[in-house]
Design a protein around this ligand. Sequence first.
Ligand code: OGA
Ligand code: NI
Length: 363
Amino acid sequence: MKLLDTKNCCIQEWPEPIVRVQSLAESGVPVIPERYVKPPSERPVLDCIADEVNIPIIDLSGLYGEDEVRKETLNQISVACKEWGFFQIVNHGVKPELMHEAREVWRQFFYLPFDQKQVYANSPKTYEGYGSRLGTQKGAILDWNDYFYLHYLPQSLKDHNKWPTVPVSFRDVMEEYNVELVKLSGRLMKILSTNLGLGEEYLQNAFGGENIGVCMRVNFYPKCPQPDLTLGLSSHSDPGGMTLLLPDHSVSGLQVRKGDKWVTVQPAPDAFIVNIGDQIQVLSNAIYKSIEHRAIVNPVKERISIAFFYNPKSDLLLEPARELVTLDQPAQYLPMTFDEYRVYIRTRGPQGKSQMESLKSPR
Ligand code: OGA
Ligand code: NI
């Protein structure tokens, strides 16, 4: 059986000239170009759950409380991983000032003149740098966003020359931010691992211990004159391990699938949004869910989000943990490396959960 369409995996360049969505938006067009118009079934209409519903918000200070409080906090995380695949965390230990600074240095980057940003233009070879599309299929319908993608770990992939140099504080702020988020992710991995009934270190070890991969995708969603016709980011599940998203606390836009409806996440003050990626769905044998999500855009407000991806070492074979494979619940997925796995989204672009389906173990 052929698992992946690897035909295009070595494409070096984009199939069409790149248009910066921010430039389009700033040109003041009253109508979006056809390339951004989604088919009716994908447009963000009517199928949203009322605004009072939100993903769970979990106070991590409970982990250091009395036994009862600690148990209750662990349970909240467990339920969120199983039922939502998404939750917000507050009192997570990362200073709010650092979160604000991180958002601010990226805002300044996206506000640079066109030519200064073009220096960082990316290609589908590594995706690193300033980009405006995900996927290399010619003629694809595009999303209403620009982004910057960069590698932090492993050390061998980190290249400061590919990081923005403006503002001057950029590197220091992003280094500190990444150090803090690696620590926080390590703590969360232990919790997830314990909650699954595996040893505290199981998930981290399955990810390659210290040899994990970390990268980030900073999304810039410009204002959009016809937000009902397009999406800032099409429905997808994150291919990697776990994502910590720093949302824009002043404007919502992230939507998470709940059954056949969409819940708009209302960001809590100074919270991170955590979500389970496909690799943890695989390791947990589908006990934890990597849930589809998408971003909508706004006619009057732009939005910036920073997605921090905590991934397995890219050449390890990942498969469901033996402890979680039973007669009743046989292994749901075939072993695969993350390197192989991510070719799919990198060529086809965001496609809901279709990739996970392709990895399902045949019965
Ligand atoms: C992502 C993502 C959502 C957002 O970058 O993978 O899902 O709100 N971002 O920007
Ligand atoms: Ni995502």
